[in-house]
Write a protein that binds this ligand. Structure first.
Ligand SMILES: [Zn+2]
Length: 261
């Protein structure tokens, strides 16, 4: 690499200097991030910190999908929105945040609900999809689309003080998908339980920032050594203890999405 001129401009070098000096990331890792296209599905309590840290990391291109509007009750945890955004679309507000933060990053927004009929077109071309939506039906539709399009999926979820972050490459023969993990029982379910259960802002922020870290690890995995991306592993995050523990997800040999079962 050192024989070639660095393709990052002076201004970008300064912006990402603390990344570039990290041996585990380096200039090659930073360039990989700049070339990456990440689709974030769900711009809520998980999607907000994911976007903040991945924009901070200089991901070159985003696709942002959410059909919701910002509500006052979101502001305790959805950290990219402010009082002024109440009543405005989350996708539009997220684009405004991003433009203020770093106008060199490109973004495409979709103010629509993702489902089985449109998921593949919404995620097309992404290097990684990050799902921070709040119900099983959507998560399964996103997972199925990722398997079909052969795009890796990082799935993040929170319920009360329990969080989960898992990385899937279900399109590979030996790797499980999200459907292998949860099964088919939840396809019809649409359960946004945050409203009834309550959620601590910092809890969902912890899960979102960990998902952002895993995303960086995945995106630089071919060019630098930030550790194992942990495909097929689910990190259980316990906010009460607090602590984390990984579990391995088995491929379901009769999974109807990734095994043709
Ligand atoms: Zn599967």
């Amino acid at each position: 690499m050192s024989d070639h001129p660095h393709p990052l401009s002076e201004e970008r070098l300064a912006r990402f200097a603390r990344h570039i000096v990290l041996p585990e990331l380096g200039g090659a890792g930073q360039m990989a991030l700049a070339r990456s296209h990440v689709a974030i599905i769900g711009l809520g309590g998980i999607g907000a910190p994911v976007l903040q840290y991945l924009a901070g990391a200089g991901i070159g291109r985003f696709t942002l999908v959410d059909d919701g509007d910002v509500e006052a009750s979101n502001l305790q945890r959805q950290t990219i929105y402010t009082t002024r955004d109440i009543g405005h679309g989350k996708a539009v507000s997220a684009r405004r945040w991003l433009a203020n933060f770093d106008d060199k990053l490109s973004v495409e927004i979709h103010d629509k609900r993702i489902d089985a009929s449109n998921a593949q077109s919404l995620i097309a071309g992404a290097d990684l999809v990050i799902d921070g939506t709040d119900n099983f039906a959507t998560r399964l539709a996103v997972s199925d689309a990722c398997v079909a399009a052969r795009i890796p999926l990082l799935s993040a979820a929170v319920g009360r003080f329990q969080g989960q972050v898992a990385a899937f490459q279900g399109h590979l023969e030996s790797e499980p998908c999200y459907r292998c993990f949860v099964g088919d029982a939840f396809d019809a379910e649409d359960c946004d339980t945050c409203a009834e259960d309550g959620i601590l802002g910092a809890m969902v922020g912890w899960v979102g920032t960990f998902a952002a870290m895993q995303a960086v690890r995945i995106l630089v995995s071919n060019v630098s050594s930030m550790g194992d991306p942990g495909w097929g592993k689910l990190h259980l995050m316990d906010g009460m203890k607090p602590g984390m523990r990984p579990i391995t997800i088995a491929k379901d040999p009769v999974c109807r999405e990734c095994s043709g079962g």
